[in-house]
Design a protein around this ligand. Sequence first.
Ligand code: ZN
Length: 354
Amino acid sequence: MKPGGQGVRDGQGVRDGQDGQGVRDGQDGQDGQDMRADAPDPLYERLTSYAGRPAATAGTGKDPVNLPMIRHWCEAMGDTSTAYQGPDAVAPPTMLQAWTMGGLAGHPRGTGRSAAYDELLGLLDGAGYTSVVATDCEQEYLRPLRPGDLITFDAVIEAVSRRKTTKLGTGYFVTTRMDVSADGEPAGTHRFRILKYRPAQRNPAQRNPAKSEREAPLRPRPVINRDNAGFWAGVAEHRLLIQRCTDCATLRFPWLPGCNACAGQEWDTVEASGEGTVFSHVVMHHPSFPAFDPSGEGGPYAVALIELAEGVRIVGNVVGVPYDKVRIGLPVRLEFLRTDPDLELPVFRASEGG
Ligand code: ZN
């Protein structure tokens, strides 16, 4: 908080890495390890000359403070305070930055982020400090924001640290301070700090271990509960069991506690014949999950929705054909695949070449 500043400091600020990665411009030297103050660092001299220059100018909020944005924020944050509802609502103070954001399209040319700030980041990029992580945020609230308030803002490059070494890598902390006004009156400040850094080199063996040294990736475990335990008991016996409502005989899959057709709660099972066709499918390219890919490399793999001969559908892998040969209507037949010592799954083998 600014010395003598009024209002409430936001204790919930962004602290990426404070817990997880230990990145913070700490005064104690524990996180950001200081370079010696007298060590020559021409880049630092250039960077710090930007302190005091604008980071954003003549910014205008894209919308006045308004109830719909307040309501969405509160829903997302789970904040049910009545202060943010009804005719006398104020905006949650921590929304301060939300009113200044440019969205996907950004702010109009000549407003928002300044040329000086772009230059500063360009210098860092050019020197190899190409990665960025937000490390902390500190807000100060001077007056409540109410629906209808028109938001304007300016920001200044407040400080650039000396070069520091963190667990993520070596770089410079850059602090900006945004001054936010509502209907021309000071409403709060938003201080934001990033680390622009050159990522630490990982141990090459760790980054790309020989395949034999790599632990085989495992698929996630299914969640087995009292509503679907019978299905997994069937899989263990290499039987694919479909639930059947004993009131109306409607088949259902996946397993559920009640019947969608008649709400009946009683059921028995029928064993699937194992015949089916591909009803629909997608090919997963990203993110890579090697455990799902038959080659183990995480490359593209097909996920299919199989329509069983009995009429219900099940999601599963199609085996026996490359991912790009899976097509709608492809006939398949059930088999069971042991993916690792603790997991066996129903999969579907294509019975023609595609
Ligand atoms: Zn029923």
